[in-house]
Design a protein around this ligand. Structure first.
Ligand SMILES: [Zn+2]
Length: 1007
């Protein structure tokens, strides 16, 4: 796909003189066309559908099977109607003349920041009445406008209260002189600004109360970096709040049923508890889009620069009250598909000719209905069996795949799980090996099984390694486990044709015997060198031998320095931070590992890595195979059994038990006019359309960028069908099909109204994290800021043009978008600080690449939960507050979590009774430093807090280690970096400052 975006040639620094240098989405690097990554952890999956609806197996005798494109890869054909005729990346690719060549006014004279800032107002748009008097208020006083009728506005007195210069916190200068005065698009008459003149007044768009602050109509007196004379901080309540937006959405949709019967309907936020009823469009748990109203033309898309993308989580866990996917069986001939584009039968196919033919919604081809599938139409033209067939009435369902969909036309074997344990000195000494072996004895009883099956069909195998590999034969007929050592690691093979992969129940005695022996066998080891690539190669060979796919669990602690393929050396170099070579810190060492990823994907071997490093181990390289094979990477620095053991075991348990599919190929088909152009996830791409995944589990999501290749029609809308072919844990070949209809509009206001911020943020996080493989961080951050400004400026220009120029106007659906973008820029991968560990940054970068919108939302805006005034009797969890120091209190106790980190923060004046109840000590001074667990005490507060913590640990894909920090203690710094509305510890703006700088940029764009 496109090779520009972040990787623009000429270098972005040149392109920067116009916004034209970048586009809505950032293209992948040319060198690494697809970096997917490892991801988050597990959660028990609700389970595959209990083959519910009865489906006709009554295939007509003699019906030829529907054409498939290949024996194994039915998806391999292009979407018939609109194959690649569209030049990759129409939008935003080349320099956009309209932007650069526009006779735009000369750049504005550099203005002192004061002036620029001073005019900033923030507000939702409303009828522009009562612009506050320019002379009124004082900086600290929120301006109170007359309660805005429809929209609200924040129109602080224009010049007064903008706090002065940016000298303080503007980390990234926004030199007015180098920025474009405004993309050409803005100067053009512009197609389609809104229809009705009255638009700005529409309540829907600007619906009241967007201003998050508790006081409707209360606006900030001024927004500005607090420099110069010490000013009291501006009131946070005056700028949009994520916690408020979350609460409002919960109040509006919480506990409600979201029926997917309307095309283009925007779902509730990812944070809201709602129930989905599938009525023809896939549940937002499976697919979410950045907007539910696509712009009709590529021009409009280019103009607004709002990325068009969907985030697909094929194994999303469903709550108990939602129906699992139905299983459709079209009999021997296999699933019914369009002859031309190969789309699967779905609710959008139009039946014609009395039901004898149907027109494909994706390519418009008219197909014959197979005889066995014929059904009469009712007076509305709908098949009379509409409600009996999931594929005609539902957005999501599964289909039985026939042999045509299997490798070599043979039904697959059930997958296997292989455990390979590094038994070098460190892991033995720390007690890790014993911990793993003890856990596996019970954990293997909980391997995932087919829905309804008595037991799991998953086989297991075991090996240990340091410089050499040791395989174990645990065939049930043996009396003792046998060990086979392979010391020639260059040509890896598995020395056991039989007895390596076994059924745990049949070989339980031997396996337990083995797991008892392993820690003792190596107890005197001095070996500290390890190999790594051969360990993965061995698993691939074992899966090949057994003709199955599966999952490899590696428990590894050091950089592989022993002489072997994939040997690594320390290439960590902090001097590269903030240079053009910083990207190399994120790039894996290729050679061996690149080929290994391909081998793994070809065999369906998904690699999950548990790392226990005491120093730099080159995570970027070690995690490379997991990040292309649907695997996960877990990292426990300086692992100690007593403080980290439980934390690790929670991850291991989730990872072993989670719901998962193997040997998967995903294909995203679209109706004519647009198509999927780029993919982000723990995936591998051999072609431009087939997304290959050695495995995909309930936490992994693939983000798919969409682009126009023609105009879209408002009438017909746009359709997406995602089909995932995979092997179940029981060894069945199946298809998961998700269908979604979107609206199309030639009014940008519709697009902005239908934006989904949680999804937008997911897309930006993944595209930026991929871009840093190829570009300097500063470019990437600049692009994020510019694009944020551009998206909002376009809204301002086209959808709120009646407003006062100095107002910052945010679309209601995107009003907290800037908070997330600012937080994203302060994450470790995007922060050029030598204080951050290279491995940590690489780890986080890769983690995000597989995340769903829920996970990125939480990562970028942690939950900060006050516990000191908690109602112990209440069932409801306490309401989170904004992630800012301002919300902390010396006498408060707070829990903070973001899915990866978990803190209990204790103010220095924490009430003694609270401390006593939680820790059984009289005061904070008595608390053990580095405490990381809450004692089990028999009182209501202790029980309540522990239950909140346990719920979180249960709910999140990964385990989190609890850090207990006291205010003003050194470790408190770790905690503070998660207060994302404040200035970043390692640089980065506060939310307030960021909003100011974005506003400034918007004003320049609009000039
Ligand atoms: Zn078709």
């Amino acid at each position: 796909m496109s090779q520009q975006g972040y990787v623009a040639t000429p270098p972005y620094s040149q392109a920067q003189q116009g916004l034209g240098g970048y586009q809505g989405g950032f293209g992948p690097g040319p060198a690494q066309p697809h970096y997917g990554h490892y991801g988050a952890g597990p959660q028990a999956y609700g389970g595959p559908p209990a083959a519910a609806m009865k489906s006709p197996v009554s295939s007509a005798p003699g019906m030829p099977p529907p054409p498939v494109s290949g024996p194994y890869n039915p998806n391999s054909q292009q979407n018939g109607a609109h194959p690649q005729r569209y030049p990759p990346s129409s939008f935003g690719q080349a320099p956009q003349p309209s932007y650069n060549s526009m006779a735009s006014p000369a750049p504005p004279p550099p203005m002192p920041p004061t002036n620029q800032m001073s005019a900033m107002n923030l507000g939702n748009y409303g009828p522009v009445q009562n612009p506050p008097s320019a002379t009124s208020p004082v900086a600290q006083q929120p301006y109170r406008a007359a309660p805005p009728p429809a929209g609200t506005q924040m129109a602080p007195p224009a010049s007064t209260q903008m706090a002065p210069p940016a000298s303080t916190s503007m980390r990234q200068p926004f030199p007015g002189q180098t920025l474009p005065t405004g993309p050409g698009g803005f100067h053009q008459p512009g197609p389609g600004p809104l229809g009705p003149p009255g638009y700005p007044q529409q309540a829907g768009q600007f619906m009241g109360g967007h201003m998050a602050g508790p006081q409707p109509g209360g606006f900030p007196a001024g927004l500005g970096p607090q420099a110069g004379p010490p000013q009291k901080k501006l009131d946070l309540d005056s700028i949009p709040s994520i916690t408020q937006v979350i609460e409002d959405d919960q109040a509006r949709h919480g506990g409600q049923v979201f029926s997917t019967n309307i095309r283009g309907q925007v779902p509730p936020l990812v944070t809201t508890n709602f129930t989905v009823q599938d009525q023809g469009h896939a549940s937002p748990r499976f697919i979410r889009c950045t907007t539910y109203s696509l712009p009709c033309t590529a021009d409009l898309a280019k103009q607004c620069q709002v990325p068009l993308a969907c985030i697909i989580k094929p194994f999303a866990r469903l709550p108990k009250n939602e129906t699992p996917l139905y299983l459709v069986n079209h009999g021997e001939s296999g699933p019914i598909r369009c002859n031309r584009c190969k789309a699967y039968m779905c609710p959008y196919m139009q039946f014609l000719d009395g039901g004898r033919r149907y027109q494909c919604a994706f390519c418009n081809c008219v197909n014959e209905v197979p005889v066995f599938y014929f059904q009469h139409l009712d007076h509305m033209g709908r098949r009379v069996d509409f409600y009996e067939r999931p594929e005609l009435s539902l957005g999501s369902y599964e289909m039985v795949a026939t042999l045509d969909y299997c490798k070599n036309n043979k039904p697959p074997n059930p997958p296997a799980y292989i455990f390979m344990i590094d038994v070098s000195y460190n892991n033995i000494k720390s007690g890790l090996v014993r911990l793993i072996c003890d856990e596996l004895k019970t954990l293997l009883d909980k391997l995932p099984g087919e829905e309804g099956a008595e037991s799991s069909a998953v086989k297991v195998g075991f090996a240990t390694y340091n410089k050499t590999l040791h395989f174990y034969n645990v065939k049930s007929s043996l009396s003792q486990p046998q060990m086979m050592v392979v010391s020639d690691v260059a040509e890896m093979y598995v020395p056991l044709p039989d007895g390596f992969l076994v059924d745990f129940r049949e070989s339980r005695g031997l396996v337990c015997n083995l797991l008892n022996q392993i820690p003792d066998m190596f107890t005197d080891t001095n070996e500290s060198e390890t190999v790594f690539a051969p360990v993965i190669q061995a698993a691939v060979e074992a899966f090949k031998e057994a003709e199955c796919s599966g999952k490899l669990f590696i428990f590894h602690s050091s950089m592989p320095t022993a002489e072997a393929p994939g040997k690594l050396k320390n290439r960590d170099d902090k001097k590269l931070v903030n240079t053009d070579k910083e990207k190399t810190l994120f790039q894996p060492v290729k050679a061996t590992y690149e080929q290994l990823s391909k081998d793994c994907v070809a065999q369906g071997c998904s690699v999950t890595l548990f790392l226990f490093p005491n120093q730099y181990v080159d995570v970027a390289t070690l995690a490379d195979v997991p990040s292309h094979t649907g695997g996960s990477v877990f990292k426990y620095n300086n692992f100690q059994v007593d403080t980290d053991g439980e934390h690790f075991l929670r991850d291991l348990r989730k990872e072993v038990q989670k719901s998962i599919g193997f040997d998967a190929i995903m294909r995203v088909r679209t109706s004519t006019g647009f198509r999927a152009t780029d993919f982000f996830g723990a995936i591998h791409m051999n072609t431009t359309t087939d997304v290959e995944m050695a495995a995909v589990d309930c936490d992994k999501a693939v983000t798919v960028e969409l682009k126009h290749d023609d105009a879209l029609s408002e009438e017909t809308g746009a359709f997406i069908q995602c089909a995932l072919l995979y092997t179940t844990v029981g060894g069945q070949r199946r298809l998961r099909v998700f269908n979604l209809g979107l609206n199309c509009s030639s009014h940008l206001s519709e697009l902005y109204k239908s934006c989904e911020t949680d999804s937008l943020v997911n897309f930006f996080a993944k595209s930026a994290y991929r871009a840093i493989l190829n570009q300097p961080l500063k470019n990437v951050r600049d692009i994020l800021v510019n694009q944020t400004a551009h998206m909002l400026a376009c809204y301002r220009k086209n959808c709120a043009s009646g407003s006062v120029a100095s107002q910052l106007i945010l679309p209601d659906a995107m009003k907290v978008f800037p908070v997330y973008m600012n937080s994203l820029m302060k994450t470790a991968p995007l922060t050029g600080s030598t204080e951050l560990s290279t491995d940590e940054r690489a780890h986080q970068r890769l983690a995000v690449m597989t995340m769903s919108a829920e996970d990125t939302q939480l990562l970028l805006y942690p939950r900060l939960i006050p516990l000191h005034n908690i109602d112990v009797g209440s069932e409801a969890p306490p309401t989170p507050v904004r992630c800012s120091e301002e919300r902390l209190a010396d006498g408060g106790v707070f829990l903070l979590e973001n899915g990866h980190a978990l803190f209990l923060w204790l103010g220095q004046a924490s009430p003694p009774d609270v401390v006593q109840s939680l820790f059984n000590v009289p005061s904070l001074a008595h608390l053990q430093p580095h405490a990381c667990a809450l004692p089990e005490l028999d009182n209501a507060l202790s029980r309540k807090v522990r239950s909140i913590v346990n719920d979180l640990l249960e709910k999140r894909p990964r385990s989190m280690k609890l850090h207990i920090v006291r205010q003003k203690d050194k470790p408190e710094m770790m905690f503070r970096q998660f207060l994302v509305e404040d200035k970043g510890l390692h640089g980065g703006n506060s939310y307030m400052d960021f909003l100011c700088s974005v506003h400034r940029e918007i004003r320049q764009l609009l000039t």
